[in-house]
Ligand binder design. Structure first.
Ligand SMILES: NC(=O)c1ccc[n+]([C@@H]2O[C@H](COP(=O)([O-])OP(=O)(O)OC[C@H]3O[C@@H](n4cnc5c(N)ncnc54)[C@H](OP(=O)(O)O)[C@@H]3O)[C@@H](O)[C@H]2O)c1
Length: 293
């Protein structure tokens, strides 16, 4: 198998850190954290790109907080829409394969059901609008992919799953939103899928998440505590209070309710469907944390 030179942005983030580590076992990775490659600085970006020599460019970096995007829509547009377009134009000139990362929040999610790649988008917030614009800007160029992912968890950075895990083990009260549905994505699985996509010649939009019934955060929290009881880390199953999306005061940006992604294109690429999210979650919860240096 040929070793590829792979540039990865956002390597201090959840997805970028996972990709940089996962790709490094098979490929030569060039890490581009914000200090080396600031998406807010077009001239600085152009200088780095001018000198960059790679076969594949992975772009998970961006402004990912919904409330951050609400407060600063111009920055959201710059990082999530304009910068990916500039990277894609450079990649097209250089013949570099670009995989850009987007989100299930490009969908309005008013009706239950799975969202397929060609389904109409209708983002409800500045984050989703900026990510959708970035995806379009990327797809205007050849040899590009936009991977839409959802509810990412993994060891790289604490997520909702880790919050529930920690609170359950500390015997703190648990509560989670029960009227908003998506599908979780384990970073270890995501890395395998991106490795396969990077090696392929496939282009366009790919939906990527673990499989199973669409889940609410409440379902995910219950799956965490159930696993802790089954594996003997908790003696009794603590209750998880059901919250309503509209009752969470810190959520100021509007969130879509039904954004679970259908992964038929990814399944065709891999030859197998992504494993069920409950299996991926159990795998993650059973993996001891890596020793910190
Ligand atoms: N996590 C999820 O559940 C989820 C769900 C759906 C889609 N996604 C998409 O997946 C991608 C990766 O998400 P993530 O979870 O890894 O996000 P994350 O943990 O918030 O990481 C974001 C990364 O972007 C970097 N960044 C922020 N501003 C930057 C700038 N001006 N220039 C360069 N880099 C900058 C951050 O660097 P600093 O550390 O320096 O801030 C960080 O490395 C995003 O495109 C997101 O839209 C994520």
């Amino acid at each position: 198998m040929n070793t590829l030179r792979v540039a990865v942005t956002g390597t201090t983030g959840r997805v970028g850190a996972a990709l940089a580590k996962g790709f490094a076992s098979q490929h030569q990775v060039i890490e581009l954290p914000r200090q080396a490659f600031d998406l807010a600085d077009p001239a600085g970006m152009a200088r780095v790109l001018e000198r960059l020599d790679c076969d594949v460019f992975l772009n998970p970096a961006g402004l990912t907080g919904l409330e951050d995007c609400l407060e600063n829509p111009a920055l959201a547009r710059r990082l999530n829409a304009e910068a990916p377009g500039e990277i894609a134009a450079w990649a097209a000139r250089k013949g570099v394969r670009l995989i850009h990362f987007s989100t299930d929040y490009v969908f309005g999610g008013r009706e239950p059901g799975l969202r397929h790649e060609p389904d109409p988008v209708a983002p409800l917030n500045d984050y989703g609008r900026s990510k959708q614009a970035g995806g379009q800007a990327v797809l205007a160029h050849p040899n590009t992919c936009v991977m839409r992912i959802s509810w990412v968890f993994g060891p790289e950075k604490p997520s909702f799953v880790d919050g529930i895990l920690h609170s359950a083990l500390q015997h703190e009260p648990l509560a989670a939103v029960a009227d908003k549905f998506s599908l979780p994505t384990f970073t270890r699985d995501l890395t395998d899928w991106v490795l396969a996509l990077a090696r392929s010649e496939a282009t366009g939009i790919f939906h990527a998440c673990n499989s199973g019934e669409p889940a609410s955060w409440h379902d995910l929290a219950e799956a965490v505590v159930d696993h802790l009881v089954r594996s003997g880390r908790l003696e009794a199953r603590p209750p998880v209070a059901r919250q309503l999306l509209d009752e969470v005061p810190r959520f100021r940006a509007t969130r879509p309710r039904h954004t679970a992604l259908a992964t038929g294109r990814l399944t065709a690429l891999l030859g197998n469907p992504p494993r069920p999210w409950r299996d991926a979650l159990a795998d993650y919860l059973d993996t001891p944390p890596a020793p910190s240096n």
